[in-house]
Design a protein around this ligand. Structure first.
Ligand code: NAP
Ligand code: MG
Length: 486
């Protein structure tokens, strides 16, 4: 299938089961990062559209919350089946809109989104309360009730998957949703809306607003009738949301940025660790909140490791999302490319040693947002590229002396999303895993995730755990009921 098989229709807002233009009539363009060309336009939601979507979600809530959980499960299973059945088309849309390689979009993003719906479909009829030990002639028990209307605000790096991580558990628990995809990547969320309508999810249970963080995202956060916000994105916007949510004390969960250490001890399987270091930083063109962006090498293996890593990374040439050979796509936008190039310049200016990359890659006549994979060596802790999330294929390398030094350097960040440790020593591996301040620690691997395994941050990487049974806590609230038996 090629990218030109169909012309993309303009996207509209999905509110109360209907497709509409924005109340203002405004729309904006979404661009193909592989060649910089406009794909189509989508409606630009404003405050009035947010009000309408929240009202639709509020009206739909009581009936949806009381729907037999097995019926909710059945609908979620059908969404999962439809996602899988349409994985060619959804993968194509994701590759067009985000720039990630088509095969990856189709075989990983779409398939994992389907898994999330299937997993939470399984939970829908297993959300139980407890009977509690109660004093005297009393019965006390708990119920897990849905939170209400949930605002889901998601980023552009895994557009469909992030929508699935939020919509699936929210619906399983009986909530209704207002979803705002990122402005750069609105298309697969709209397709998800189409599937949701087709399988028979009642109108208003899921509403989808394409638009900008300000005003649409901000209006969802401020809305008094939204009960919870689930946000994935930058730490800066996460802080803003936490402040704004205080006005109505709505519940929030935040999946934010990272600066994850990838720690290689001298006794590691070097070939595996080299591969893991490359994948850790280059997967999704480094646009992953869990990117292994700080490579910490035990000093004694530094030279040999860097030689192998440089050779491996230099083989990863960026390419068009629809080229079968492509493993490394473009950055999502000109803005993101400029931002990442800014970090490359800072790395050079602050004295890090540029080992490879750092320049724009010439793909599609220079029209796409491509950057060659970039490695900086001899990075010191005070350098900007050691501290700030770059969100691109830019690796910062430094060395350590022993376990204490590795853990201290690994933890020397305001973030705490993920970390990895490479060693053949089981005790060393677990000791490091216990001492690292991160929501996910990988041992002798990188970027492995599963719908059943909780995911989220320590420190300024946010709080709340998505995936696994932990997400049920995010989308339910506990009610205790006391009965007088006297
Ligand atoms: P972002 O600005 O945090 O955006 C994430 C989502 O929040 C988008 O849907 C965005 O809308 C929305 N938003 C923006 N301002 C808002 C506001 N005031 N109120 C409510 N919602 C708001 O992240 P980004 O622009 O996509 O990327 C910027 C940086 O964030 C990246 O360079 C990277 O460092 C980080 N990032 C982290 C993750 C992660 O998973 N941890 C993912 C993506 C990006 P718009 O799209 O309209 O701005
Ligand atoms: Mg786009």
């Amino acid at each position: 299938m090629t990218q030109t098989d169909t012309i993309l229709e303009p996207g509209r807002l999905f509110i109360g089961g209907e497709w509409r233009d924005a109340a203002s009539g405004r729309s904006f363009e979404t661009v193909n990062p592989s060649n910089g060309e406009v794909l189509t336009t989508v409606a630009e939601a404003g405050k009035d559209d947010v009000d309408a979507a929240v009202q639709a979600a509020r009206s739909a809530f009581p009936a949806w919350a009381e729907t037999d959980p097995r019926k909710r499960a059945k609908l979620l299973f059908r969404i999962a089946d439809e996602l899988e059945a349409r994985k060619d088309e959804l993968g194509r849309l994701e590759a067009l809109d985000n720039g990630k390689p088509y095969r990856q979009a189709r075989n990983i993003d779409v398939v994992d989104a389907a898994k999330a719906f299937r997993y939470y479909a399984g939970w829908a009829d297993k959300i139980e309360g407890d009977v509690l030990p109660a004093p005297g002639a009393h019965l006390a028990y708990t119920r897990r009730e849905p939170v209400g209307v949930c605002g889901a605000i998601i980023p552009w790096n895994y557009p469909l998957l992030m929508a699935a991580w939020k919509v699936a558990p929210a619906l399983a628990c009986g909530n209704t949703v207002v979803l705002k995809p990122a402005e750069q990547t609105p298309l697969t969320a709209l397709e998800l809306g189409r599937i949701i309508a087709e399988v028979g999810v009642p109108a208003g249970v899921v509403n989808i607003l394409t638009g900008f963080g300000d005003p649409a995202g901000a209006a969802i956060v401020a809305h008094p009738d939204v009960d919870k916000i689930a946000f994935t994105g930058s730490t800066a916007v996460g802080k803003l949301i936490q402040r704004e949510a205080a006005g109505t004390l709505k519940r929030i969960s935040l999946e934010l940025g990272g600066k994850s250490p990838n720690i290689v001890f001298a006794d590691a399987d070097m070939e595996a660790a080299v591969k893991g270091a490359a994948t850790g930083i280059l997967y999704n063109t480094g646009q992953a909140c869990t990117a292994g962006s700080r490579l910490l090498l035990e000093a004694s293996i530094h030279d040999e490791f860097m030689e192998k890593l440089k050779a491996r990374v230099e083989r990863m040439t960026p390419g068009d999302a629809f080229d079968d050979k492509t493993r490394l796509g473009p950055l999502v936008s000109q803005e993101q490319l400029d931002q990442v190039m800014g970090y490359v310049e800072k790395g050079k200016a602050e004295g890090a040693e540029l080992v490879t990359g750092g320049d724009r890659a010439n793909v599609n006549g220079g029209k796409g947002f491509f950057l060659s994979p970039t490695i900086f060596d001899r990075v010191t802790p005070e350098m900007t590229i050691a501290r700030e999330e770059i969100f691109g294929p830019v690796l910062a390398v430094s060395t350590f002396e022993d376990m204490d030094d590795a853990v201290a350097q690994g933890n020397a960040t305001e973030y705490g999303l993920a970390a990895a440790v490479w060693t053949r020593d089981v005790a060393k591996a677990h000791l490091a895993a216990h001492r690292l301040h991160a929501g996910t620690v990988w041992i002798n691997t990188y970027h492995v995730m599963d719908t059943g395994a909780p995911f989220g941050g320590y420190k300024q990487s946010g709080y709340g755990r998505e995936l696994g049974k932990n997400a049920i806590d995010l989308y339910t609230q506990v009610k205790t009921v006391w009965v007088n038996l006297g």
